[in-house]
Design a protein around this ligand. Structure first.
Ligand SMILES: C[S@@+](CC[C@H](N)C(=O)[O-])C[C@H]1O[C@@H](n2cnc3c(N)ncnc32)[C@H](O)[C@@H]1O
Length: 318
């Protein structure tokens, strides 16, 4: 988008409003299908570096930049971290620039650039997805992002994802922003959460006998809450946390007449969790394998996060 004269004298908030208004006009135009809905505004190089640091990008990652501009995010990840990946952009001029930039950086073997609509791009190979798009475009992408493999990392420059709150959010000054006019940049980071809503059951050996445990989890994106029961008696679920497919929580329950703290941590794979359970009490201590099964799934209230199998009933594993 050509910058108006004296653009750098316009306050940052006003620049942002103009930017969004221009984009809104673009997205309403009859030529919408042919025009990029997001204009080309490159991410300043220091912001690119920070985005990659926040996502902890490494040599085993596969990075996709949606609307890749001159390819700087994909090229920087390949040059600094040996990351493979690709970028897509509707503008053929950007694709040509990116290909030259990759060659100059000596990373042509690791990266590729395609002239393609980001909404028609398969994202399933990605371990990291980067974006500098627009709020509305992020929201439109959100259902597809939530379908990705749990643990996939998402980094967005400047724009959030509505009520899906980021796992990390930072602000930084970027002197090269808006063609050198300077401004503040925001970086939003999310980890795609596993689907964990539902009733989970398992048993642990206590004094040689199996004791039954049940946890009912509710989920809103990566935020989990719920209730627990031990041997049929309710206890308060504490410190519940979900990060990708890694889940943990704790509770304190009375076992054989004494209070015992329980700490669980494991990985979710479909209808099973495997991990370890630590018990610590005055009379009872120990570490056990933890194998939980989901008995019933419950609605998350979010279409994107609906468990894939609703109300499936499995036989208990004790
Ligand atoms: C704000 S720029 C970001 C460029 C680069 N990712 C960066 O951060 O420096 C957005 C880019 O998205 C591209 N774009 C917009 N809509 C697109 C679409 N539907 N599919 C692919 N690219 C698109 C534009 O051509 C533009 O180059």
């Amino acid at each position: 988008m050509p910058l108006p004269p004296r653009w750098h004298e316009v306050p940052a908030a006003a620049r942002f409003a103009i930017h969004v208004a221009a984009l809104a006009a673009l997205s309403l135009s009859p030529a919408r299908a042919l025009e990029p809905r997001v204009p080309y505004v490159p991410t300043p190089q220091d912001v690119v570096e920070r985005m990659l640091e926040i996502a902890k990008v490494g040599p085993h990652d596969y990075l996709i930049d949606l609307g890749s501009g001159d390819g700087r995010i994909v090229v920087t990840a390949a040059r600094k971290y040996g990351t493979r990946g690709f970028g897509v952009d509707l503008n053929p001029e950007r694709i040509r620039e990116s290909t030259v930039n990759a060659r100059r950086a000596g990373v042509s073997e690791k990266v590729a650039f395609y002239q393609r609509d980001l909404f028609e791009t398969s994202l399933t190979d990605a371990t990291v997805i980067t974006m500098y798009l627009l709020p509305q475009v992020n929201i439109e992408l959100r259902p597809r992002l939530l379908e990705l493999k749990p643990g996939t990392r998402l980094v967005s420059h400047d724009f959030d994802m509505g009520d899906w709150k980021p796992d990390t959010h930072i602000k930084m000054d970027a002197k090269d922003k808006y063609g050198g006019a300077g401004g503040a940049s925001e970086i939003y980071f999310w980890i795609v959460p596993a689907r964990v809503a539902g009733v989970w059951r398992w048993a642990l050996p206590v004094s040689g006998k199996p004791l039954d445990y049940e946890v009912k989890l509710e989920q809103r994106y990566q935020v989990i809450t719920g209730s627990a029961a031990v041997g049929g008696r309710a206890v308060k679920l504490q410190n519940a946390r979900l990060r990708g497919d890694a889940i943990r929580f704790s509770f304190t329950a009375e076992v054989n007449g004494a209070s015992v703290k329980h700490e669980f941590s494991g990985r979710v794979a479909g209808e099973a969790v495997t991990g370890s359970a630590k018990m610590s009490g005055a009379r009872l201590q120990g570490q056990h394998d933890w194998n939980a099964r989901r008995m019933t799934t419950t609605s998350t209230g979010l279409r994107e996060l609906e468990p894939r199998v609703l109300h499936s009933v499995h036989s208990a594993v004790h």
